[in-house]
Design a binder for this molecule. Structure first.
Ligand code: HSE
Length: 429
């Protein structure tokens, strides 16, 4: 085994970074044996140097992250600060100065993955980011490497723990959104500003990364259709139960039936209780992958948290260190397929629509006509009337999102339709 250590610079020492440093120290002998050389923490860039960080020698701590990545003797930079800048500049500078990079930065990878991969390739270095999607769950490596010989057709995932916790609470207790969010905040699952989670931004970034890798096509955050879950109500859960379903915030990356285009989207959806994703409870994440040869695969585990995310970072660190010792690099960006990324209107799925309507002769026929005029075929209709008003629940066969939007727009114009109470896509059937 080589005795000269590989040098690691850690950018960020928060919840994840401190766990990375701890595991590097406590598992040092095992990591050295697995890599074939010891690894040494050579510097830790932080914002608040005065904070006491157990197990990290004070002389390693610096506030000058740029100087750290420019040192020239750093083999691997581990970036766990998040956000676009300064992370992007630091990573680029790290490549320019000969380091490989392990990052947990989903927002940056979703926005600038192509440019970062190009920079890594230009300098013959690695860019690994298993921790950017679904915390500890091995997903990037299985998609990039284990399934490299297969053809992935669909990735359907619960990739945000905060929202899964909230939806699970609503499902199991009948609580409304705000009540469940308050509990998630009190228990530390939701951040003080939960926007990134509940509005689906976090999941959309992960969807972009997953779709890009799964379909060998560049998919950016802007390509991902996004709807948050703040409008999901207890009534939606009651409707879902009536259909033998629950509601999850799903990231869905799909190859179109003709194989020539793909879509990526994040939105709440009903899924049958029999689908494996329906049993993913609390803050857990899970990703269901469908491919030609392997069939259906499911990856499950903790999608956030210091130690779980550090586990994914450490796995990448070992891989990148091994590559360096071998004078090699691992897989870079694979975007050769360059498939068209289609807009949401092209997505084909089923819909559950709740309408408040007048309860009088001809209304059902009028509503059905609107669906027919837009080419949307009805699967089931349920009506419950009271005092001249009725609630009408329509479940459709598969139709394009554009056709469904046109249908809803036309329904809203009918005098007899008092309101569209909810529209929910039905997935996983
Ligand atoms: N906020 C994310 C979640 C974890 O709730 O799953 C980090 O991506």
């Amino acid at each position: 085994m080589r005795t000269r250590p590989l040098k690691v610079a850690l950018l960020g020492c928060g919840v994840v970074g401190s766990e990375v440093a701890r595991i590097m120290t406590t598992h040092a002998a095992d990591l050295a044996a697995r890599i074939g050389a010891p690894i040494e923490l050579a510097g830790v860039a932080v914002r608040r140097p005065s904070k006491v960080r157990e197990g990290i020698p004070a002389e390693l701590v610096t506030t000058d992250a740029t100087a750290l990545v420019k040192r020239g003797d750093i083999d691997v930079v581990v970036e766990v600060i998040g956000g676009i800048e300064p992370a992007r500049s630091l990573i680029t500078t790290a490549f320019e100065h000969g380091a490989s990079v392990v990052s947990a930065n989903k927002a940056l990878l979703a926005q600038d993955g192509a440019a970062l991969h190009a920079a890594a390739g230009e300098h013959g270095r690695d860019l690994y980011y298993e921790a950017a999607v679904a915390g500890a769950i091995p997903l990037i490596r299985p998609l990039r490497e284990s399934l490299a010989g297969d053809k992935v057709n669909r990735v359907l995932g619960i990739v945000n723990g905060t929202t899964n916790f909230i939806l699970d609470k609503m499902d199991t207790t009948g609580a409304g959104y705000q009540e469940a969010l308050d509990e998630a905040t009190a228990l530390g699952y939701a951040e003080a500003d939960p926007t990134a989670d509940v509005e689906g931004f976090d999941a959309a970034a992960k969807a972009a990364i997953l779709a890009g890798i799964a379909f060998h096509t560049r998919v950016r955050l802007d390509d991902v259709y996004r709807e948050g879950m703040t409008e999901v109500t207890a009534a939606d859960f009651a409707s879902a139960k009536n259909m033998g379903c629950t509601i999850k915030l799903l990231a869905i990356c799909e190859r179109a039936a003709d194989g020539a285009s793909v879509t990526a989207r994040v939105h709440p959806a009903m899924i049958p209780l029999t689908h494996p994703l329906a049993s993913v409870r609390g803050a857990y994440n899970a990703v269901f992958v469908e491919s030609d040869a392997a069939g259906q695969l499911m990856f499950y585990g903790p999608g956030a948290g210091g130690a779980p995310t550090a586990s994914a970072v450490l796995g990448d660190l070992v891989a990148v260190c091994r590559n360096r010792l071998n004078g090699a690099t691992g897989p870079g960006e694979s975007a050769y397929a360059a498939l068209t990324v289609s807009p949401m209107g092209d997505v084909v799925t089923r819909y559950h629509i709740s309408l408040d309507v007048a309860d009088k002769p001809g209304v059902l026929a009028q509503v059905a006509t609107v669906f027919a005029e837009h080419g949307v075929s009805i699967d089931t209709v349920r009506q419950k009337g009271k005092d001249g008003e009725a609630s009408l629940v329509v479940v459709t066969h598969r139709a394009s999102d554009a056709s469904l939007s046109g249908t809803v727009e036309a329904l809203r114009k009918l005098d007899t339709v008092r309101g569209v109470a909810s529209i929910m896509r039905v997935e996983g059937e």
